[in-house]
Design a protein around this ligand. Structure first.
Ligand SMILES: Cc1ncc(C[n+]2csc(CCOP(=O)(O)OP(=O)(O)O)c2C)c(N)n1
Ligand SMILES: [Mg+2]
Length: 557
């Protein structure tokens, strides 16, 4: 067994796991990391100037490659800056391994912070290596736990002594995703019985579908049972948006979402039951109509049958579980039941055609608004976005217009953040571009969100990561205004004519993104005339360099 220092073995383990990038921002406690990295040209250190950018990059990189990504932050101070977006990674089950240096364990009583304790709430598991001999098992555990179901971020801290002291270590083989589990066949039978006799079945799709590559299986289920499909989350492509059965997003806990699903007699929910959107008092704790029977599929036994009344719980990988369910449905549905499903599918197709017509009318109605409407902005983008482009979406209230003008039918063509912390997009665009070097990447962000991690532009420029960044500049935190109105009208039940003053939700002057971007080395353009937008986008893609387009749009609510 070779003898090496702690930090030597950490980087040898990273190498054995085929780690290509470390996203980070160093401090003095990471000196050992930075020095040892000099001997590892196969691992590229990507410097960010704000920790949120590193987490955003690692989040999208891991989701796109379906492998654990590595972040290295500086002790408690750098870690604290990363925690906001680490919350998103925890919510979206992203396999990130966050590492940090810590003080020597002998300083336990001399002001050494318990980093594990600090990040516990935002990770799947945490560990602090206090002795060199703990490195192998702690990192093996980190790769395994981050990558195996339910996937998620983990933290490993390293005391200074553990990095410098020597030990004997056998470098491990690469860790692979191993635990894909089959469903309980009795539960499958119960699900088949419920779905076969349902008169108004619906499906709620969640992000575990894109994570498990289960789009095809979900589409099959929807078609076999003739179900309307809603996305309770859509941070990856969980269902083809142009499919006749797909009806877009719902936000569980909100009145309109309840109205969309209250008539379902059976709901098949796939992935984590998505909550967290509703932030007011008087929440609806049960999302479904009490008469609706719920079948819930997820990879996490603690999420199935958890807060919601559940008729059938299926703890399984959705790809495997749905494929078994589909075979059973195909063989057990009667001829008559199949006919009924077909009729429902036909009705859903007619409805979808009408919806598509309405979308076209809405685009026309918003055509010549000044300032430009978000709908016109997205229409102009849709005209010129390359066929093989990947769209990274952190556009907040402009998202609706993205889905009004574009479809996402193929896996890995669309990514958005999930979990609520703004600032995800700026790093996420870079992470998607690094993991997909041959695809054009366009990253659409709200002005508020972009400003949270605007330092990402420096990283784009310095590593020449050619993302086309597009800002929805509405000079406001528009979503907060919409939510303020909801609060007044539906929570306080006080729909007075007098509008709120929206304190803390307006930027009196439009932020000068062109100036900020140019100052960090990313060539930028400001566009307020919609006629000019598509040609600026085309030129940006053609440049092969990172660019920023600041689009001045209407923030009216
Ligand atoms: C880190 C963090 N700080 C604050 C918030 C509260 N917040 C949620 S959305 C939002 C504004 C988003 O504005 P913008 O990106 O401009 O999108 P718009 O609503 O204008 O479409 C804010 C401040 C948050 N979610 N996360
Ligand atoms: Mg805004």
């Amino acid at each position: 067994m070779p003898k090496m220092s702690g930090i030597q073995s950490i980087l040898e383990i990273f190498k054995s796991q085929n780690v290509k990038y470390i996203f980070g921002n160093p401090g003095t406690s990471e000196s050992a990391f930075m020095l040892e990295l000099e001997k590892h040209p196969e691992i590229k250190y990507v410097l960010v100037l704000q920790e949120g950018v590193a987490i955003g990059m690692a989040d999208s990189y891991a989701r796109s490659t379906k492998k654990s990504s590595i972040v290295n932050l500086h002790i408690e101070t750098g870690l604290a800056n990363g925690i906001s977006l680490l919350h998103n990674a925890k919510e979206s089950r992203t396999p990130i391994i966050v590492t940090a240096g810590n003080k020597d364990i002998r300083e336990l009583a001399n002001g050494r912070t318990d980093l594990s304790e600090m990040v516990r709430l935002f990770t799947k598991s945490t560990a602090e290596v206090t002795h060199t001999e703990q490195i192998l098992t702690s990192l093996r555990k980190a790769f395994n736990e981050s990558l195996n179901y339910p996937t998620g971020p983990v933290f490993v801290g390293f005391s200074a002594n553990s990095l410098d002291e020597y030990h004997q270590i056998e470098i491990p083989d690469e860790v692979h995703k191993t635990k894909k589990f089959q469903p309980d066949m009795n539960a499958i039978q119960n699900a088949v019985e419920l779905l076969a006799t349902a008169t108004n079945p619906m499906i709620l799709v969640g992000d575990q579908i894109s994570q498990s590559d289960a789009i095809k299986e979900t589409v099959q289920t929807a078609e076999i049972i003739g179900a309307k499909v809603f996305a309770m989350s859509f941070s990856g492509v969980n269902f083809p948006t142009s499919h006749p059965n797909f009806r877009g997003d719902i936000k569980l806990g909100y009145i309109n979402s309840f109205k969309s699903i209250e008539k379902a007699d059976v709901i098949l929910s796939i992935g984590k039951f998505t909550d967290g959107y509703y932030m007011f008092s008087k929440p609806r704790l049960e999302y479904l109509n009490p008469r609706t029977k719920l079948i819930h599929i997820d990879v996490d036994s603690t999420s199935v049958g958890n807060t919601q009344k559940t008729e059938v719980g299926l703890v399984t990988d959705p790809k495997i579980g749905l494929s078994i369910l589909n075979t059973a449905l195909e063989s057990e549905l009667t001829k008559n039941q199949k006919e009924v499903s077909k009729t429902r599918n036909k009705k859903l197709l007619d409805e979808k055609n009408l919806i598509e017509e309405t979308k076209k009318i809405q685009i026309k109605n918003n055509w010549s608004n000044s300032p430009m409407s978000p709908t016109r902005m997205m229409y102009e983008i849709s005209k010129v976005i390359p066929k093989n482009a990947i769209l990274v979406d952190d556009s907040v209230t402009s998202r609706e217009s993205i889905f009004q003008t574009m479809n996402f039918d193929q896996p890995n063509t669309y990514f958005s953040g999930f979990g609520g912390a703004i600032g995800w997009g700026m790093g996420a665009g870079l992470g998607i571009q690094l993991s997909n070097p041959n695809n054009p990447v366009v990253c659409i962000m709200g002005d508020g969100s972009a400003m949270m991690t605007i330092q990402g532009l420096w990283t784009a420029a310095n590593y020449n990561i050619p993302v086309v960044n597009i800002i929805c500049n509405n000079s406001s935190y528009r979503v907060l205004k919409i939510n303020m109105n909801y609060y007044k009208n539906h929570v306080l039940n006080n729909p007075s004519k007098e509008t709120s003053k929206y304190i803390g939700m307006n930027f009196p002057e439009r932020i000068n993104f062109e100036g900020i971007s140019n100052s960090m080395g990313v060539k930028a353009h400001t566009v307020s005339n919609p006629e000019k937008l598509s040609s600026v986008i085309e030129k940006s893609f053609d440049s092969g360099n990172p660019t920023l387009i600041d689009v001045h749009i209407n923030g009216k609510i």
